[in-house]
Each structure stands twice: as C-alpha cells, then as structure tokens.
Design a protein around this ligand. Structure first.
Ligand code: MN
Ligand code: MN
Length: 460
C-alpha cells in the first residue's frame, strides 16, 4: 500500500495553487513566532473574512444564527473560531485543533547579568529541544513586557534586515576535546544557554556605573521605556531569527521555524475561512502549551473551549447543560499535529510501511503515544473509515503513519484531551523533517493536501 506522490496529481493550475498557499503560509510563520503573534494575526485574518469577536456579540445582546462567524481569544494566547451550522449545535461540531506554541528558549524572570564585560540573558528552554542545535545561530527575541501600570510593551528584535541579532556561543573545536566526550544531551547544557546581548560599557562619570549591563538597561529604557524589574512580568521568547524560505533546488519544500505546529494551525485556519453555511457547526481551535503538556489556562486542558461553546450555544438560543454535553459528545475532531517525515539519513528509527513521507499528503495517525501506545488517543476503526471516505470523496492525497519504530520513542498531542468529552478524535497532520530543531522542513504538497483535507472534513 504505497501511497502515490501528491505532485503527480497536479496540473499547472494546481501547482500554482500549491505554491500560492505556501507563500501565504511562509509569511504567516515568518511574522508569527510566538503564540501571541499567532493569535493576533489569526484574529486579524478572521476579522477580514467576516468573523466577529464573540464578546461583542454577547455585550450587544445579539443572537447567532446559521452562517454566523465568531471568534474568541483566551488571554492573547489561544483562539477559537466558530462558523454556525444549519443543524443545532447540540448535534455536534466538526472541530479542527492545532497548537501554536513551539519549542524555544524563554528568558528567566531575572535574566540580565554581566560577566567578563559581556551582557548576557539567562534562559530556561521551553519544550523538547536538542540544546546543541541552538548555539551559534542567529537568534531573535519576541514577546511582551507587562508593566505595573497595566500597559504591555511588545518587543521584537532581530527580524528586520538592519536589526541586530543575538545568540548563544559555542565552544571552539580547538578546545572541545573534553566537551566532545560527553553524551549529546550534555554537550550543551540547559543552564549554559545564555544569550549574548552586549559588550559596550555605559558612558558615566562614576566608574562603578560604567558597566555593560547598565548600558543595556539604558538602551531598554530608551527603546521600550522598561526597567530591569519589568523583566519580572515579561514573556520574552528567544527564537531563530529570519524568515521561512523555499528549500530544495525545485522549491518543493519550506524551511522555517515552528512548523510544529503552526503548519497545521495555518492550514486549518485557511480551510476554516473557506467554510460558508456548513451543515454542522465548524470550529477551529488553536491552543498554547502543547509542547509542555497542554497544561495551564491557555492549553487544551483548560475549560476555555468548553466555556466558549456554552457561550456560543447561549447566543444561538440553545444552551442548557445537557445540550452542551451532547454538543461535545456528538462532535468530531481532527486533532492536528506534525508527524515525523521519513529521513533517509536516519532510516533506522522508522518502520517504512507505517511512516509518513514527504509528498504523500495529509497524514493520519490512528494512535500516537510511546511504548505500548501509552498516553495515546487510539481513534475508533469506524471513525477512521469515515475519515477515509471523506478524504477519498474530495480527492485528498493522504497517508497513515506512526511516529517511528515501536519502542523507539514517541510523542503525544491534544487528541486525548478532547476525547475526554467522548467525541470522535483522530490525530492528523503534516510530515516534518528536523522536528523541534531551530529550522524544520515540510513539503509544499503536504501543506496543500492538509488544507484540502481540513476543508473536506469541515464540510462533511
Ligand atoms: Mn506538535
Ligand atoms: Mn512538538
């Protein structure tokens, strides 16, 4: 059962569509490198497509009817879109879910220090990273500083052509004899991911004030009107600097930061925006904190989704506790996350019959998990059959996969959390090479097939 390459199905017009979608996606991930940036841009795109803030609808005492489009934002880091269906919501929703947080290096709450006339920022990495991949790379900083007066300062340094970049030093090979004897996990250690940000001392009368750290603080005050103490209430994320780019002589792939899982988030969003007057209510939820276990108020484990469905049902004039539960139970979901793309450089970790390949389309994982499918949502066979039928009907090129060989490792997604509502959920997504590395790679054909697959699912 070897899947065909999606590329073989494309005529010139289709090729243009495939590449055009990738251009829009490349712009999205180049501009949006934090969950907050993803939420803001998603809301902007949604508003342009006729979506309204659910809070406005509630405050105006308006009602929602079939065809209406609303979105709700949770703490600037999690967003959900609804397009109301012809059927009552109680009959269930077709839900697309993906996550918009990506592995990165966060600043600590007290980050700035000086050592040997260099100003550095101390960090704590977020999500699963191979730490040695993040040294000697051009890095940028994206995030917010919340001040005591309630204002929030946005910071992005390292993305504009003439912006400086920052980075983490690597040990020169000439002196790395001892280092190279260490295991990969210890070659670069978490506490050594310190970001170099300056080396000029402050011009001052008093010799004690002539420090590099003081000069950095002066710059931060001038540029952003923030003090050292304001780091206490900041969320500053150190991420790879620069834009997503075409990859390969034939431009068939995209190299970018944060494909996991913004590639599923963006394609879900595009599919969602193409929905008009669906039978069943269409939903697209983009969550935070998947990379650290879906915890917290903005992760999938939060009540935000359930509460928002209740609000939407109230506006649609059909809320009751029982109807809410029925709506959730009767729902179907594609829980999207990236899959490992087969890598000919590391064939040993894959089992080729059950692995995702670049260019073979939208990926379905009946189950994920580790060891004996531990912590997996194992989708029902009947649901898998329904999904196959939906994809085939719309000519979506798809493949099925597991994440690597049995007992090689594994991973989890948000699927099991939504399955707790007793709804049908299956893991779906896009194959990625270099997953969790600063620069990940996807196939443009897979990006396109996923979007078409999401659209087919929302219509079904
Ligand atoms: Mn993921
Ligand atoms: Mn991940």
């Amino acid at each position: 059962m070897e899947a065909k390459l999606a590329w073989e199905n494309y005529d010139d017009a289709k090729m243009e569509e495939v590449f055009a979608l990738s251009e829009r996606y490349k712009k999205f991930i180049s501009d949006c490198k934090t969950e907050r940036e993803c939420v803001r841009e998603t809301a902007r795109i949604a508003r342009e497509a006729g979506y309204r803030d659910l809070n406005e609808v509630i405050e105006a005492g308006e009602t929602l009817k079939s065809g209406d489009k609303v979105y709700a934002i949770n703490m600037e880091k999690n967003i959900v879109l609804f397009c109301i269906g012809k059927q009552p919501i109680e009959k269930g929703m077709n839900i697309l879910g993906a996550h918009i947080d990506s592995p990165r290096i966060d600043l600590k709450q007290n980050p700035l220090y000086e050592d040997s006339s260099l100003a550095l920022l101390d960090t704590h990495y977020y999500g699963g990273i191979k730490k040695y991949q993040w040294v000697s790379q051009p890095l940028a900083i994206h995030g917010v500083v919340a001040k005591k007066d309630g204002s929030v300062v946005e910071i992005v340094i390292g993305e504009k052509e003439d912006d400086p970049v920052i980075g983490i030093s690597d040990l020169l090979i000439h002196l790395a004899q001892d280092q190279l004897q260490k295991t990969g996990a210890k070659v670069v250690e978490g506490e050594d991911l310190n970001v170099l940000v300056g080396s000029i001392p402050l011009k001052a009368e008093d010799e004690k004030e002539r420090t590099v750290k003081a000069n950095i603080l002066r710059l931060l005050k001038e540029l952003y009107d923030i003090e050292e103490e304001d780091f206490l209430s900041a969320e500053l994320e150190v991420v790879p600097a620069g834009k997503a780019r075409d990859y390969g002589f034939d431009r068939s792939m995209i190299m970018g930061y944060g494909h996991d899982d913004r590639v599923c988030a963006y394609t879900s969003l595009e599919a969602m925006l193409q929905v008009e007057h669906p039978e069943r209510t269409s939903v697209c939820i983009l969550v935070d904190k998947e990379e650290i276990g879906s915890v917290g108020a903005t992760g999938m484990c939060s009540r935000f989704f359930e509460n928002t469905v209740a609000e939407v049902m109230e506006c649609a004039g059909e809320y009751s506790e029982l109807k809410l539960r029925r709506a959730l139970t009767n729902s179907k979901m594609l829980s999207s996350d990236v899959s490992a793309a087969f890598d000919p450089n590391y064939p040993g970790v894959f089992e080729k019959k059950n692995t995702a390949f670049f260019g073979r389309g939208f990926v379905f994982n009946k189950y994920t998990g580790a060891r004996g499918k531990s912590s997996s949502n194992d989708a029902n066979a009947e649901y898998m059959a329904e999904i196959r039928a939906i994809m085939e009907k719309d000519g979506v090129c798809f493949q099925t996969a597991e994440l690597g060989k049995v007992d090689q490792g594994g991973g989890g997604t948000i699927a099991y959390i939504m399955a707790n509502y007793n709804m049908q959920v299956i893991d779906a997504g896009i194959a990625v090479q270099n997953m969790h590395a600063p620069w990940e790679v996807v196939s443009k054909a897979d990006v396109y097939e996923a979007m078409v697959g999401y659209r087919a699912f929302l219509k079904a």
